[in-house]
Each structure stands twice: as C-alpha cells, then as structure tokens.
Design a protein around this ligand. Structure first.
Ligand SMILES: O=C(O)CCC(=O)C(=O)O
Length: 305
C-alpha cells in the first residue's frame, strides 16, 4: 500500500492514505466518546455536525499538523474546509462517487479539479466487519478526452460501473486502513464501503446503515470536505441545488450546512484553528445563511435529532 501513501498518489490514483493521525490511546478515548453519544439514539447512523462542533476532541483532529500539511500538499496552499464534519456510524454504502449525483459541469473534468472527501477511521478495515472503503484507483479521471465534457463523463460512468461489477478494466482495491489512519479521496473517485463478508444476523436500516454489528466493531469515520479555494464559486451553487431538493421531514443535511455562517455559527476554537492554519471556511453571505435558517425552520419536522 506504500504506493498510496505519497502526496503524488492523490493525483495518480485519486486518493492518499495518511498513517497514524491518531495515537492508540486517543482512538480508544474517541471511540468511547462517540459510542456514548450514539447510545442515546440507537437508530442513529451519524453524529451530526452540530454535535461534532460541541466536541473539540473530534473537530480538532481536522487541524492536526500532519493532516493540514498533506491536504495543502494535495489541494494547494489555498485550502478550504467545508462545514460538514460528521461521524458516520455503521454506514455501508454501495459504489458511487461523491459528486456523482450532481449534474455534470465543465469543472468536474478540469485537470486542476481539487476537491476531496477526508476521512479519519477509528477502526481496522477487515473482511469480516468492514470498517473502511474499497476504491477504483485512477478512476477519478476521465477515461477519454473527446472535447465534450458530457461525453467524457458518460464514459467515466460506464467504465466505473463495469469496473465495480466485473473488476475490469480496473480492479477494486480494499484500502488498507488501520485505526487512526486518514484517507483523502477525490470527490470523483468511485468508492464503496468495505462490506462485511458474512451478513448473517445483520439487517439493513435507513440511510445504508447496518444493524447488528457488535459494539466493539462499530464502524466510525469522521468525514468532511476540503478543496482548493478556486473550487468555491463552482461548488456553492451545487450545494444550494442539493439543499433546495431536500424534502420536509428528511435530515435536511445540506440546509443545515448552508445556514451556518462563518465565523459566528462556529465554535470559537474551530474558527481560531482555521485562522491559525490559514484555512478558509467558505459559507454564504450572512443574509443568505439567515434565509437558509428560515427554510430549515420551515422544513424541519420532528424527529430532527
Ligand atoms: O466509509 C464509507 O463507507 C464511505 C462513506 C462514503 O461513501 C461517503 O461518505 O461518501
């Protein structure tokens, strides 16, 4: 897996692994903290951003020197963090890529596209229980360059689907993740959860959650988005489109994200850490955030956790 541990592997394969962002004793403490939070809501499949922002032990991880250094190396010095820090718990999604649900635009195929999902894993990725991800190395790039980005993207969809199903032309790779490691992956990189080998005794709940995983094996990952600041003008409208599609009664994940105004709606320590590391936190104007706050209040209905 060493080939995936250098900054250059991000460009080449669409992802890079950073080893040992956390020490073993930190992993144990954070797992306990998260399990306690989750115990209050047995059906929950994630710890929401609002809750992560109340846990400095968790959001501080995004600002570890090792993390910021690698992210600046692969995204460029003009680093941005989006305010979607969440901890996913026992979520086991199928093959997709994180920008795959958005209508294709020219910026998705640009060679200087720099947008990533960042994950810190609190357990081993094993065949027995999963705990991490599988990826299709290199498939963040377009397989052809025809001069039409829509055609190029169409072929990307085709090749990715074929590879995830038939391991051809690209064989899926199970990412060798150990507790405390981080994976930074391009938003266009096809990936899937590593699924437990044997699903006996496990049942599927809402939002791709699997119930029945033993407590000790609970899969927990801190995820957030990062990009080069050049991507912000292209990405914010995408985010607004996703938000406006959210229906009353759903989690309102994107609306909750967009109503947050920087720095007022962030923990002061988070804002200070961003400043210290020269990381931009892009949010909408204060007026637009207030408008999303109003939309949130209109659309939310119990139970919103
Ligand atoms: O940890 C995982 O299973 C992958 C999560 C994922 O697919 C995502 O956040 O887009």
């Amino acid at each position: 897996m060493e080939q995936y541990e250098q900054a250059s592997s991000y460009e080449k394969f669409g992802f890079v692994i950073i080893r040992n962002v956390l020490l073993p004793e930190e992993i144990r403490d954070i797992r306990e903290l998260l399990l306690e939070q989750l115990a209050a809501y047995p059906e929950r499949e994630r710890v929401f951003t609002e809750e992560v922002f109340q846990c400095p032990e968790i959001y501080r991880l995004a600002f570890r020197e090792k993390v910021v250094r690698m992210l600046k190396e692969v995204m460029g010095p003009e680093l941005c963090y989006y305010s979607n820090h969440t901890v996913q718990c026992n979520q086991f999604g199928r093959w997709h890529w994180d920008s795959g649900g958005d209508p294709v635009q020219e910026f998705h195929v640009r060679p200087d596209y720099r947008f990533a999902n960042c994950g810190i894993y609190f357990q081993e990725n094993t065949r027995k229980w999963g705990g991490g991800i599988h990826v299709l190395p290199g498939q963040h790039k377009m397989p052809v360059s025809t001069g039409s980005f829509k055609v190029d993207y169409f072929f990307k969809r085709l090749v990715s689907r074929f590879s995830s199903k038939y391991s051809f032309p690209t064989k899926p790779v199970m990412v060798d993740i150990h507790p405390g490691d981080m994976v930074i992956f391009d938003l266009r990189l096809p990936h899937s959860a590593t699924w437990p080998d044997d699903l006996t005794g496990l049942t599927q709940g809402r939002n791709t959650v699997l119930h029945g995983i033993p407590r000790d094996m609970t899969k927990m990952v801190l995820y957030w988005f990062a990009s080069n600041s050049k991507m912000v003008p292209d990405f914010m409208p995408t985010l607004e489109r996703r938000a406006l599609e959210e229906q009353p009664g759903s989690e309102l994940h994107y609306i909750a994200w967009l109503k947050r105004y920087f720095p007022d709606d962030f923990p002061s320590e988070f804002a200070a850490l961003a400043k210290q590391h020269s990381i931009e936190i892009p949010t909408l104007s204060q007026k637009n955030c207030q408008e999303y706050d109003r939309i949130f209040e209109d659309k939310k209905s119990p139970p919103y956790y």
